[in-house]
Write a new protein. Structure first.
Length: 178
């Protein structure tokens, strides 16, 4: 496996990140396993980076931070982790985490590296106390990773999504920043 660097999002990454989103989204549903709440062929989908919010101050509702996994050999972005704040100023002590890694790069510790980068960013912020995330109940490798990093399950929304007639439960997890 080639060398992979974790980099904070910069404007020069925008096109590469969009290409990653397209490749990653195309993998959801392969083998009957979905990890995104969008049906194949659905014209709606992940919104991606808001360039305006990606550089907003952490006291600004709606801020975002993105970290990209850059494969040095290919020049591609092959994974990401994002943090997004609440749209209300009263919720700025929490953020929501999303993560995506292309299948060829999974099971090599990249998810842990991306998560550690995000947790480190939040820990250094001194303004964010909680990281929340959601994960499909059947995504056992992801749930195990999150638990190993200190995330705890706080609830499940049963039958949250229906994709290709598959009923998917959505598990909510949270991490209290030390």
């Amino acid at each position: 496996m080639s060398q992979i660097h974790i980099l904070p999002f910069q404007l020069c990454h925008q096109e590469l990140l969009l290409e990653h989103f397209q490749r990653h989204r195309a993998e959801s549903g392969a083998g009957g396993i979905h990890f995104m709440p969008f049906a194949p062929g659905d014209p709606t989908g992940p919104r991606g980076v808001s360039v305006d919010e990606a550089f907003s101050a952490l006291d600004h509702p709606g801020w975002q931070r993105w970290f990209c996994a850059h494969d040095v050999a290919s020049g591609l972005i092959i994974g990401h982790v994002d943090l997004k704040s609440d749209s209300l100023s009263t919720g700025l002590h929490r953020c929501e985490l999303g993560i995506g890694i292309e299948s060829a790069y999974r099971k090599n510790g990249l998810g842990r590296r991306l998560m550690t980068e995000a947790i480190g960013f939040v820990s250094e912020s001194n303004t964010i106390d909680w990281i929340d995330l959601r994960v499909f109940s059947n995504n056992l490798p992801a749930r195990s990773l999150y638990q190993s990093l200190g995330f705890v399950e706080i609830g499940t929304i049963t039958d949250r999504f229906r994709i290709d007639s598959q009923r998917i439960d959505d598990v909510m997890m949270t991490f209290q920043v030390p």
